[in-house]
Design a protein around this ligand. Structure first.
Ligand code: DX5
Ligand code: ZN
Length: 217
C-alpha cells in the first residue's frame, strides 16, 4: 500500500498558513503536520493554538499537532480545541508519558508519541498498546530542510513489527525529517505508514507531483 503523506507547513510562508494548508490539501496531502516549537525544547518558536485554529478551519484533512515543547501537558487542551485530530508529544520531556497520552485521548484527539534520533524504541515500548501514531524523527527537531539521518531507520521496522505483534495494525508509524523522493520508497519498505515532508514539498514547483513522488514505489 502507498504511504500516507503528511505535509509539514514549517517551510511554508508563515504569514499565509491557512492558505498554505489549503494548498497542500488541494495538492493531495493526506494530513497537515503542524510543527509546534516553544523555543525551549527546541531553539525555534513557531505556532500556537490560534494559528492551529485557522489552519484546521481551512482544511478537511486531519491536522497533527507535533508538539516540540518542554511541557506538553500544558498545550494539549489548546490544540485539541483548535481542531487538531492528532496531538503528538515527544517522549523525552514526558516523565508521565502514559498519563499524557491519556490526557490527549480525553481531550478528544488521537495520540502520538515522537522519538528523537538518539532516543531508543525502548522509551515507548510500554505505551505501544495505547498510541495511535509513533513519529520516528530522522532529523534532530527544530528546523526544516535538514539532512536525513539514515542510521535511525531500523527503528521504523522495529516499531512496525512490535505494533503488529500487539495487534495494533491501525496505529501509524510515521517518519519525520529530511524525507524526499530519494528515500521515500526505502522508508516505506522499512515499514513506514506515513511520511512527513516539509521542504521537499514546499520547495517543489508542483506540490502534487512532489507528493506523488513520495508515494511512488
Ligand atoms: C523538524 C520537524 C519536521 C520538519 C520536516 O523539527 O518536526 O516536521 O518540518 O521538515 P523537512 O521535511 O524539511 O525535513
Ligand atoms: Zn514535525
Amino acid at each position: 500500500m502507498k504511504p500516507l503523506v503528511s505535509a509539514s507547513l514549517l517551510s511554508c510562508d508563515h504569514g499565509r498558513l491557512a492558505a498554505e494548508a489549503a494548498s497542500m490539501e488541494s495538492a493531495g496531502a493526506d494530513m497537515i503536520h503542524l510543527d509546534v516549537m516553544d523555543g525551549v525544547f527546541v531553539p525555534e518558536l513557531t505556532f500556537g493554538p490560534a494559528a492551529a485554529l485557522s489552519i484546521c478551519r481551512a482544511v478537511r484533512i486531519p491536522v497533527d499537532g507535533h508538539l516540540m515543547v518542554e511541557i506538553p501537558d500544558g498545550q494539549i487542551e489548546g490544540f485539541a480545541k483548535a481542531g487538531c485530530r492528532y496531538v503528538t508529544v515527544h517522549a523525552e520531556p514526558c516523565p508521565h508519558l502514559d498519563r499524557t497520552l491519556s490526557r490527549i485521548r480525553e481531550a478528544g484527539c488521537l495520540c502520538g508519541v515522537a522519538l528523537n534520533p538518539a532516543t531508543p524504541v525502548e522509551a515507548v515500548r510500554w505505551v505501544l498498546p495505547v498510541v495511535d501514531l509513533v513519529l520516528v524523527m530522522t532529523v534532530n527537531p527544530g528546523y526544516g530542510g535538514q539532512a536525513h539521518i539514515e542510521h535511525v531507520r531500523p527503528k521504523i521496522g522495529i516499531l512496525r513489527r512490535e505494533l503488529d505483534e500487539l495487534g495494533r495494525h491501525e496505529a501509524i508509524v510515521s517518519v519525520d525529517g529530511g524525507v524526499d523522493s530519494g528515500n521515500a520508497a526505502l522508508l516505506r519498505r522499512a515499514g513506514a505508514d506515513m511520511l512527513v515532508a516539509g521542504s521537499f514539498i514546499a520547495r517543489s514547483p508542483d506540490r502534487s507531483s512532489a507528493m506523488e513522488a513520495l508515494r511512488a514505489k
